[in-house]
Design a binder for this molecule. Structure first.
Ligand code: AMP
Length: 597
C-alpha cells in the first residue's frame, strides 16, 4: 500500500493517489460547505430561471438565498403531484427543470398507495457516481488490503414500467445498475465484485440471486467483504442459501449450471468460472446441512472483514440476526441516499451501528433543515428553516432539499439529529422516517394505511359473523426470514356460537394485504422479501392489560392511546402470551408492475 506523506489527508493516510484525490475533495467541500451550498443554489436557480415552477413564484431570475426562501414554499410530494402527473403524461415543456426529465425514479415512499415518482435528469447519474466514488477511499482508511480480494454484493434490478407519456419509471438502483456508469465502470482493484454484471442485471430474481450466490461460493476465499444495500437484503441471501444449498453444491460438484438458469448472458458469465470442484461441494454440504447456522457467514467466507449493509433507521431491527449469522462482524453503513437525491456518506464506516453519522455532501443539492419538535403542533412550514452549516448539535431536523432535477424546498420526510461536524459540514444520525409504523424491507406502512387495511378486513367478519375488532396493534416480526407483519386483534364476538372461522380470519389477512401500498405488495409478490401477514387474535381484556402496563410505567391515564405498533419486548411478550389463535394470509395479494395511476 503506497502511503506517501505527501498524500496525507486529515481523514488519514490514503491508500493510493486516487484515494488521496477523493479525500482531498471531501476535505475541500466540507471546509467550504456554505460557499458550496451558495454555489449549488445559484446554479440550480440560474439554469432553471425560465422553468414554469420558478416563474410561478416570481423569482424573476434571483438566485440568492434570501429571495429564494421568501418566495418559494416548503412542499411535500402531494403539492407537486399535478406537475409530476403532467410530466408523466408526456408534457415535455420545462415544468420543473430546464434539463429534460430523463426518467422517473420510483421511491419506496408512497402516496395514495403508489410509489412516489421522482423526476430526474441525466447528469444526476454523475452526481450519484461521484458519491459512490468516495466510499472506498474512506473505507480504505480503516480496512487495509481490500484490493487483495473481492466483494460479494447481492445487487438486484427490479421491474420497470413506462408512464403514459413514455418515460421510464424504475427504482434508482435499477437505473444506476443499468447505466453505462455501472456497466462499463473502469477496473478498480478496490472495487471488484464476485457477481458478474449479467447476474446483477438479470430481471428474474431467482436466477439473479442463484448466480450471485454461486459465484460468491466459488470465490469464497477471495471474498473480503459481503454486502447488500439494506440488511434485509443480505438476510434474504442467507435464507436463499438455506433453501438452495443442495442445488448450488451439486452445480459445483459437476461444474454445470442448473438448468433453472435460462438467461443466456447469465449462463455465459458463469461458464468461465464454474469448474467441477468436489472439495468445495463437500465443504458446502457439510456446513449447510449443519442445523446450527450461527456464524455461517464467516465459516463460508472466512476472510470477510466486514458486512457492508445499511442497518440504520428501520433496518436496525436486523442487527441481532446479522450478528448471529456473522459471529459479530463489523457492520459498515457507508451512505445515506434516496430517489430524490443522494445525500452523504459515513466518514467513520467501521463505527458501531448506534454511532453511525452521515456527513451531508454539500455539492449534492441545496439542503435546508426544518426544526423538528417531537410533539410539535405547529405546521412545519411556519417555522424558519436552517441552512446546512447552521444546524445545531443535538437538535433534530427534517431534511428539505432543492435538487438539480427540479425539486424545490421538498420535504424528504426523514428526521435527522446533528451529532457533530466534519469541518463545516454537519454530521447526522438518522433518527427515523416520519409516519412509518411498520417496515420489513423497503416497504413503509403508516398508521392511516394500517387503519384502512384493518377496516377493510373487518368487513369480512362483521357481516358473516357479527364480529368486530375492538382494538388492534401491530408488530414487524423479523424473527422469521423474510419477516412479516403481525396484527394483534381483540375481537368482540356477538354470537359465540358463530365466531369467525380460521378460513374467515385468514381471508382477513389477505384483505389487509390487498389494502396495503404497492411497495408492500411488491415485496410479497415479486421480491419475496415479506412473508404472509399474520393476525393473532388475543383474548378479551388484553388491550386493557396493555394499558395497565403502560400506566404502571408512568403513562397518563387521560392521555393513553393504544399504540398502533409495538416493539418493546415485554409488551410483545404480554400480547403473545394472550394469543388464542393465529392466522396467515393464504395467498399472495394483488400486484402488477403497472401503476394504478
Ligand atoms: P428510496 O427513495 O426508496 O430510495 O428511499 C430513501 C429513504 O430510505 C430515505 O429517505 C431514508 O428514509 C431511507 N434511507 C436511505 N439510506 C438510509 C440510511 N443509510 N439509513 C437509514 N435510512 C436510510
Amino acid at each position: 500500500m503506497a502511503v506517501d506523506s505527501a498524500l496525507a489527508s486529515p481523514l488519514g493516510p490514503p491508500a493510493c493517489e486516487k484515494d488521496a484525490k477523493a479525500l482531498r475533495f471531501i476535505e475541500e467541500i466540507t471546509r467550504n460547505a456554505d460557499l458550496v451550498q451558495e454555489r449549488v443554489l445559484d446554479e440550480i436557480l440560474s439554469r432553471n430561471a425560465e422553468v414554469e415552477y420558478l416563474k410561478r413564484y416570481k423569482l424573476d431570475g434571483a438566485t440568492d438565498r434570501e429571495t429564494f426562501k421568501s418566495k418559494l414554499p416548503v412542499i411535500k410530494y402531494e403539492d407537486l403531484q399535478p406537475e409530476i402527473q403532467r410530466i408523466a403524461n408526456g408534457d415535455r415543456s420545462n415544468i420543473l427543470s430546464a434539463h429534460p426529465i430523463s426518467e422517473f425514479l420510483t421511491s419506496s415512499g408512497t402516496s395514495a398507495g403508489e410509489r412516489k415518482l421522482m423526476p430526474t435528469i441525466k447528469e444526476e447519474l454523475d452526481r450519484r457516481q461521484l458519491l459512490y466514488s468516495l466510499l472506498m477511499p474512506v473505507m480504505n482508511l480503516y480496512v487495509p488490503g481490500l484490493e487483495k480480494g473481492k466483494g460479494l454484493y447481492f445487487l438486484f434490478v427490479k421491474s420497470e414500467t413506462k408512464t403514459p407519456g413514455g418515460l421510464l419509471a424504475r427504482p434508482v438502483l435499477t437505473s444506476y445498475y443499468k447505466s453505462e456508469h455501472f456497466k462499463t465502470r473502469p477496473y478498480d482493484p478496490y472495487n471488484v465484485y464476485t457477481s458478474p454484471n449479467a447476474a446483477i442485471l438479470c430481471a428474474d430474481s431467482f436466477q439473479s440471486m442463484y448466480t450471485q450466490m454461486l459465484c460468491g461460493l466459488l470465490e469464497r476465499q477471495q471474498v473480503l467483504r459481503l454486502g447488500a444495500v439494506f440488511a434485509s437484503g443480505l438476510l434474504r441471501a442467507i435464507r436463499f442459501l438455506q433453501l438452495h444449498w443442495q442445488l448450488l453444491a451439486s452445480d459445483i460438484e459437476t461444474g454445470t449450471l442448473n438448468n433453472k438458469i435460462t438467461d443466456p448472458s447469465v449462463r455465459d458469465s458463469v461458464d468461465e468460472i464454474l469448474k467441477p470442484n468436489q472439495e468445495l461441494a463437500n465443504f458446502i454440504r457439510n456446513e449447510c446441512s449443519n442445523e446450527n447456522w450461527e456464524g455461517i457467514i464467516t465459516r463460508i467466507w472466512p476472510n470477510t472483514k466486514y458486512l457492508d449493509v445499511i442497518v440504520t433507521g428501520a433496518m436496525a431491527q436486523y442487527i441481532p440476526t446479522l450478528d448471529y449469522y456473522s459471529g459479530g462482524l463489523p457492520l459498515a453503513c457507508t451512505m445515506y441516499a434516496s430517489s430524490e437525491c443522494y445525500f452523504g456518506l459515513n466518514l467513520n464506516p467501521m463505527c458501531k451501528p448506534s454511532e453511525v453519522s452521515y456527513t451531508i455532501m454539500p455539492n449534492m443539492a441545496y439542503f435546508e433543515f426544518l426544526p423538528h419538535e417531537p410533539a410539535d403542533s405547529f405546521s412545519g412550514s411556519t417555522q424558519k428553516l436552517v441552512d446546512l452549516v447552521n444546524v445545531e448539535v443535538g437538535k433534530e431536523y427534517e431534511l428539505v432539499i432543492t435538487t438539480y432535477a427540479g425539486l424545490c424546498r421538498y420535504r424528504v420526510g426523514d428526521i435527522l439529529r446533528v451529532t457533530g461536524f466534519h469541518n463545516s459540514a454537519p454530521q447526522f444520525h438518522f433518527v427515523r422516517r416520519k409516519n412509518v409504523l411498520l417496515s420489513i424491507d423497503s416497504d413503509k406502512t403508516d398508521e392511516a394505511e394500517l387503519q384502512t387495511a384493518v377496516e377493510n378486513a373487518t368487513q369480512l367478519i362483521l357481516r358473516e359473523f357479527n364480529t368486530s375488532v375492538v382494538e388492534y396493534t401491530s408488530y414487524a416480526d423479523t424473527n422469521t426470514i423474510p419477516g412479516h407483519y403481525v396484527i394483534y386483534w381483540e375481537l368482540l364476538v356477538k354470537d359465540s356460537a358463530n365466531s369467525p372461522t380460521d378460513v374467515a380470519l385468514s381471508q382477513c389477512c389477505l384483505a389487509m394485504e390487498n389494502s396495503l401500498n404497492s411497495v408492500y405488495r411488491q415485496g410479497r409478490v415479486s421480491d419475496n422479501s415479506i412473508g404472509p401477514l399474520e393476525i393473532r387474535v388475543v383474548r378479551n381484556g388484553t388491550f386493557e392489560e396493555l394499558m395497565d402496563y403502560a400506566i404502571s410505567r408512568g403513562a397518563s391515564i387521560n392521555q393513553y392511546k393504544v399504540p398502533r405498533c409495538v416493539n418493546f419486548t415485554p409488551i410483545v411478550e404480554l400480547l403473545d402470551s394472550r394469543v388464542v389463535s393465529a392466522h396467515f394470509s393464504p395467498a399472495l395479494p394483488r400486484w402488477t408492475p403497472e401503476r394504478r395511476r
